[in-house]
Design a protein around this ligand. Structure first.
Ligand code: ISL
Length: 637
């Protein structure tokens, strides 16, 4: 795919498809519109120009939309990877990561909040599971407006979680057990209580340049129409300075101005301070947002309607993103040989390759989210997740170039529990069959698995009884804006329940004692009553439990390089409701066969497959049909 030419309103769909970023943009648009990509495979459609699209859409696609797309394509000119046919080996490609959301993991002092001592106590549990690396969500000092993603002091531990000495003890113990630990790096924004912002508000140089701001002209109208991900305008007005400050997230999370060299140096100093303590790397929070478009132009209303947020096209893949990431890696990660996984909402396969391919020297892995929503849906929509559409998206991402490495995850602290997305809330009879099926996918595809706390025991969404039980600012702001917009309390609660991030944040379910054994105090967020049914204690000694199924899968993956580095070859493609694929490395060949439906379906014939030995399945005994969500791993002989 070429990057050289310059794009304009006379560029054709074909030319745009031939541009990696253009290909991604069209892919995103089709996903959002739930339109099959076959549309743009049509040679007549490919001859259409952007001007034709404007006319055909009766100017719904307007000049502003066209200019935005062309700017995105033209600014990426010259960005390429150097292809390789060798997949280099690395510890983080062989790792089994486990994400800990410390607030909800284990509370040892009864204050209702998880803490570092609790994590230390539970390390043996993680080791027995087979985990080899931990991603620790934020533990830094914070007003906790966004549960720690609003940092007030990068070099201080949030005191209810513990002390820096306890962190050092945790890190030592993780390493003593042969595991590794990466931290959350949040450098797109800081808390408005961070010292840098306080100094900026006092007009102190160079801090006045550390944040994204615009002159206020009395504060009547914000500088542009960008919206926050947490409802409302993306701008705060500071009367004293007569200045606007950008906040893409909460009103207390102020966006940093990465164009400031002085800011970047302070960030590098902080990152190296943590790396010098011996941590093994970072997960980089919304790292693709750090380069904003010059002049901060208005967002396109059509794109805003499509994606739900206004202005995102001007920062999700900004013009200096690659420059910043290359400099950041050179000044920090590379010095310590640290691993990085970037959270990059909205980026497609080609953008991701440009961010993680080893020839680019930027990031090592990424978290993209295409696969977490069904086509045409967003995280806040109330719908039954489509596993068949999931298959096609996973196959697309398995096609990343050699030398570009992906992650494999279904859950994190921002997204609902996957079992509930498919089966709805509640203890569905197929809950654990589905949980095991998802585990087979996660642990047999190519990429590094990231298990989110509770996923390994099949935790599910929580039926929060009222808005008073929610803690997530995104949910609380959404509820307030719905009520303000005239929605009834019932409808507003229903909408918040559909996609709230709090579903993922309920206390970890250790046993069936009060609060699931998470805390002897009152948990900061209600425990899901489901802990009486689903918890570590009642799965630990049950050989057929989801927990022990994860242990077996993890052990199988760790012992077999073909499941890590092997080629991914989908098969039985004609069977739309099955997900079947090979993993092949030299003479080793595994066949994975999955029924994506709740129904019994005919087994594929697999003519010519030869002998195969069943290694793991979520069902006992044989059957001439594939049972609901049946998932099996075979060694081909
Ligand atoms: O969850 C998402 C995609 O499935 C996004 O909506 C998510 O909010 C976005 O990717 C940003 O998330 C990260 O940055 C936020 C913080 O609230 C999230 O917890 C963090 O994961 C701002 O720091």
């Amino acid at each position: 795919m070429t990057m050289k030419q310059s794009f304009n309103k006379n560029s054709t769909i074909k030319q745009i498809l031939n541009h990696p970023i253009g290909n991604d943009i069209i892919d995103r648009l089709l996903l959002k519109l739930n339109v099959n990509k076959i549309l743009v495979d049509n040679i007549l459609v490919q001859q259409l120009t952007l001007t034709h699209l404007k006319l055909l859409s009766f100017h719904y696609i307007n000049d502003d939309f066209i200019n935005t797309i062309c700017d995105l394509l033209n600014q990426s000119a010259g960005e390429t990877i150097i292809p390789t046919n060798v997949e280099s080996r690395a510890w983080w490609k062989e790792a089994i990561f486990y994400q800990i959301y410390p607030r909800s993991f284990f509370d040892t002092d009864g204050d209702g909040l998880g803490d570092l001592s609790g994590i230390i106590k539970k390390l043996p549990y993680l080791q027995q599971l087979g985990v080899t690396a931990i991603w620790l969500s934020p533990i830094y000092d914070s007003p906790m407006d966004d549960m720690g993603y609003d940092i007030r002091d990068y070099k201080k531990i949030f005191s209810p979680f513990g002390t820096m000495e306890q962190f050092d003890q945790l890190l030592d113990e993780v390493h003593r057990l042969g595991m590794r630990l990466i931290m959350d790096l949040i450098v797109n924004h800081t808390s408005d209580e961070h010292d840098w912002f306080t100094r900026a508000l006092h007009g102190e140089v160079p801090y006045t340049d550390f944040y994204i701001s615009k002159p206020g002209d009395g504060g009547k109208i914000p500088p542009n129409n960008w919206t926050s991900f947490f409802s409302g305008s993306g701008w705060n007005y500071d009367e004293k300075q007569d200045k606007w400050y950008l906040h893409l997230f909460s009103k207390k999370q102020m966006d940093l101005n990465w164009e400031s060299e002085a800011l970047r140096q302070q960030i590098y100093e902080m990152v190296n301070w943590w790396l010098a303590k011996g941590i093994d790397g970072f997960r980089l929070d919304v790292i693709n947002y750090i380069s904003k478009q010059a002049g901060l132009p208005n967002g396109n209303e059509v794109i805003a309607k499509l994606v739900g947020y206004c202005g995102i096209e001007h920062y999700f893949y900004g013009r200096y993103l690659h420059n910043y990431l290359r400099e950041l890696r050179l000044k920090t990660f590379e010095v310590y040989n640290a691993v990085t996984v970037g959270e990059i909402p909205g980026c497609g396969v080609n953008m991701s390759e440009l961010l993680v391919h080893e020839s680019r020297k930027e990031l090592d892995m990424i978290f993209s989210f295409d696969h977490l929503e069904s086509p045409g849906k967003s995280r806040l929509d109330d719908y039954a997740f489509d596993l068949i559409a999931l298959k096609d998206i996973l196959i697309k991402w398995q096609g990343m170039e050699k030398g570009a490495w992906n992650t494999l995850f279904f859950e994190n602290h921002d997204n609902q529990r996957m079992i509930s997305k498919v089966l709805g809330n509640g203890n569905h009879p197929l809950r654990f069959a589905l949980g095991k099926m998802l585990a087979v996918i996660q642990l047999t595809l190519k990429g590094t698995p990231f298990i989110f706390q509770g996923e390994e025991i099949g935790m599910i969404n929580c039926d929060f009884p009222s808005i008073d039980e929610f803690r997530d600012i995104e949910s609380l702001n959404l509820y307030a804006s719905l009520i303000q917009g005239g929605a009834s309390k019932e409808d507003a609660l229903k909408e918040v329940l559909a996609g709230s991030r709090d579903h993922a944040r309920t206390p970890f379910q250790w046993d069936s004692t009060a609060n699931g054994g998470f805390s002897t105090g009152t948990p900061w967020l209600m425990a899901n009553p489901d802990y009486n049914i689903c918890n570590v204690a009642n799965q630990q000694n049950d050989p057929s439990s989801l927990l022990n199924f994860y242990k077996k899968l993890i052990a199988l993956r760790k012992e077999n390089d073909a499941l890590i580095y092997g080629e991914f070859n989908p098969t039985n493609g004609h069977r739309y409701n099955l997900f079947c694929y090979y993993r092949i490395l030299e003479s080793k060949k595994y066949y994975i066969e999955i029924n994506l439906t709740q129904k019994n379906v005919l087994k594929p014939l697999n003519l010519g497959m030869g002998q195969r030995k069943l290694l793991i399945s979520n069902y006992d005994g044989d059957s001439f049909m594939l049972r609901p969500y049946e998932a099996s791993i075979f060694l081909c002989q």
